[in-house]
Design a protein around this ligand. Sequence first.
Ligand code: CMC
Length: 392
Amino acid sequence: TGNVTLDGGFTNTASCTSAITYIDGDHGILRYRGYPIEQIAEHSSFIETSFLLIYGHLPSPAELTEFEGRIRQHTMLHEDLKAFFQGFPRDAHPMPVLSSAVSALSTFYQDSLDPFDEEQVEISTIRLLAKLPTIAAYAYKKSIGQPFLYPDNNLSLVENFLRMTFGVPATDYDVDPDLVKAVDLLLVLHADHEQNCSTSTVRLVGSSQANLFASVSAGINALFGPLHGGANQAVLEMLERIQAAHISTEEFMRKVKNKEDGVRLMGFGHRVYKNYDPRAAIIKKTAHDILAKTAGSDELLEIAMGLEEIALADDYFIERRLYPNVDFYTGLIYKSMGFPTRMFTVLFALGRLPGWIAQWREMIDDPTTKIGRPRQVYVGEGERSYVPLAER
Ligand code: CMC
């Protein structure tokens, strides 16, 4: 195999250079364009963070107003795309609906797909940022059989998303400002995470010069997996299973450590963070605040806290440097906000979108980009002679 190096899972191979997100996993550091996530979480908004990730600098007040205004003008879906949702089965998971609808965007905007035309990339960026919340809300409405609500462009992106998700026609929807703030924070925390599985997918697909919609659609499918974005849903399902089976947290942890049936403590461990996940540290506080306000999920939170307490003091987890990641808490928060479990990963996708766009644009703008084409180490048969069917 010559000088090819095997690195399955890319644990030690950089696929690109990037100036967007910095992570130091040993010290729990995460920065967007140089700004620490703690400062961004405290002071910024999802729209501003999106601008920062995509254009590389914090917007001036005028730039921010202009950016947000443009997004507000593009929130509606083409009526034919709206009809597209009717083709899915009633119980369709919203993630494949989301990726299909994003893929379909390239059929509605065929005149703006050139990856090397700046204006076309710009309009595709705005369309994606504006339309994904609408698509996500429609995917949800479809799954519960309720009518779709048109976006109300007097509302902010998050307010609009919440109204289209939870509102019903001809009835006022009072947007709870605390809820808006919490959703905005969760989106900010998910906005980019350098070369994770879905982002690498977006870049790899884009490296063939596939358009932005096609590349992001692929990223959404990568995010759907339970070891990646699907983990927030998997955490909640794990907690509910523990609750329903009436097994103790100790008993469950024994199973995890013995690797019985391949069961893992979902929401723990990270490829890069080996001491703590700074996003989890921020969200843990929010989880307690929000859950204190909303009744109903307390028992699940208690199970979660019990699992966390055991894990943090247990040799199995200490030796392997397994700490809670962001998804350990987000599922609980989303549930208390009234989102059904199936929407959790969709919310992750809404948050990650500006990161995917920023990374795709960085890749396209980089003159050294080549088509992604990994090598392999062949382990199959050596040369052998074909045996005709009659002789086998
Ligand atoms: N519970 C129990 N054991 C675990 C866990 C876990 N959550 N995670 C890793 N291990 C063990 C694993 O069995 C292995 O043990 P051993 O050395 O005895 O074989 C060791 O720790 C190393 O694990 P690995 O699978 O080689 O580590 P990785 O870097 O390939 O995987 C991970 C990282 C996040 C996929 C993994 O920790 C995991 O499956 N966690 C649960 C799923 C999860 O929460 N995913 C969300 C990740 S953060 C959000 C995102 O980016 O999407």
